[in-house]
Every structure is written in C-alpha cells, then in structure tokens.
Ligand binder design. Structure first.
Ligand code: SAH
Length: 218
C-alpha cells in the first residue's frame, strides 16, 4: 500500500510514509477485514459513512506539514484510521464525530493500539472544540459548502487547515488554508469526493460518494 499507492504517486514526506507503514488499517475496519483493508479505495464503515482511501489520507497528512509538535483538530473521526495516522505525526489530536456509535468504535480501536495522545468527542464538529483552541492544524474529512467560521476562528496564527469544500458546480475540491493574522490564503489542491458535513437540523447524510470515480475518495 505505502509503496504503490503513496510513494509511487508522489507522497514523499518520510514521516507520513513511516506512520502509514505502522498504523494497522485493518484494525479500524474490524479484525475480519484482512488484506482487503489495504486496497486502493475508501471503505463503508456503516451509518452511510466511509473510511478514507489510503492515498487521500497520506496526501492530506502531508499537506498538513506536521513536524511532531502540533495540536491538531480533526472533524469527522469516522473509523479513527486517519486519527491514528495524525496521532503518529503530531503532539496531540482532538477529534470530533457526530455519530456516537462511530465515536465509540473508533475510541475502542485507538485504545487497543495504545494511542495516548488522542481526545475523542461525539458532537457537531462544525463548532470545533473551543475549550482546546487554538489548534495548529485542522483536518476536515467531510465536505462543507463553506469552511465553518467557528473552525477558522479556532485555527492558530500561522496554522494550516485542510479539507474538502463544495464548489458552485457541485464538485468538491480539497483546499488548504493558511492563517496569517486575520488573513487566510487559499490553495486549491485537487478534486475529491467526501461524504457531506452534516449540520444539526439538516437532512440525512445521503449516500457516501467515495471511490466511485477517478476523484480521490474521502
Ligand atoms: N477520516 C475518516 C473519514 C470519515 S468520513 C476515516 O478515515 O475513517 C467523514 C465523517 O465525518 C463521518 O464519520 C461523518 O459521520 C462525520 N461527520 C459528518 N458531519 C459531521 C459533523 N458536523 N461533525 C462531526 N462529524 C461529522
């Protein structure tokens, strides 16, 4: 997986490659998943949600430019796999998931693998986690029409946000924002396909779109 799906496709941050060599992806899909867990696509994890494709996890982790000292906020814990990769690369990870059953399952797997630098909360992640702000890095793993303002306010000066947003044509793109005081610079990274960021009171999440086309599935 790491050689063919990450390294050969241009992921070159040695710390990211090493972290993804170490974190056992199959654990986050349940022990029966076996080697299929390492194949080149996103995976259904129940509740119409998906575990992100290995390439997109590696790509987003690389774009976060983690050196090991950062406090990271992740929105959309899902299976907990991306959380484990982030926890291997950063000082501390705070992760928020709106579906309590997924939160519980991910917490169990992260404990099983002895991660001690992860904090998991079941809530609407679009509000961030104000008690622990500011965060040096933020990763959103569900697509929003706009990056929620609460998240931008909780990003530290000099911090980096990576996540998918919906364009007007309905297509999603992965963007990278960098905060400089009250200014945010934006870099458009690639087209992508993530499940929607669900807000309180909005309709059901709909079908997971990951992995159906050449777009990279989150
Ligand atoms: N990185 C995860 C991908 C999870 S898919 C993995 O590799 O497993 C995106 C997740 O975002 C889903 O689990 C979904 O339930 C969650 N999500 C959607 N809207 C949310 C919200 N408002 N707050 C928190 N989590 C949300």
């Amino acid at each position: 997986m790491v050689k063919e799906q990450l390294y050969d496709r241009g992921i070159s941050d040695g710390r990211v490659l090493e972290a993804m060599l170490r974190v056992p992806r199959h654990i986050f899909l349940g022990h029966k998943a076996g080697s299929e867990a390492y194949s080149d696509h996103s995976f259904p994890i129940g509740y119409s949600q998906t575990m992100s494709q290995p390439y997109i996890v590696g790509y987003m982790a690389e774009q976060l430019e983690l050196t090991g000292d950062e406090r990271v906020l992740e929105i959309g814990t899902g299976s907990g796999y991306t959380t484990a990769v982030l926890a291997s690369l950063a000082h501390e990870v705070f992760t928020v998931e709106r579906i309590p059953e997924l939160t519980a399952r991910a917490t169990g797997h992260l404990h099983e693998l002895l991660f001690t630098n992860v904090n998991v909360m079941s809530d609407d992640g679009a509000c961030g986690w104000p008690e622990h702000a500011p965060f040096d890095r933020m990763l959103l793993t569900a697509a929003a029409k706009k990056v929620p303002k609460a998240l931008l306010l909780q990003l530290a000066d000099g911090g980096i946000f990576v996540g998918p947003v919906e364009r007007e044509d309905g297509q999603q793109e992965l963007v990278k924002l960098r905060r400089d005081g009250n200014e945010f610079s934006i870099e458009r990274l690639m087209d992508c396909s993530f499940v929607p960021l669900v807000r309180e009171g909005s309709a059901s999440p709909g079908l997971a779109a990951g992995g159906q086309s050449e777009r990279h599935g989150g």
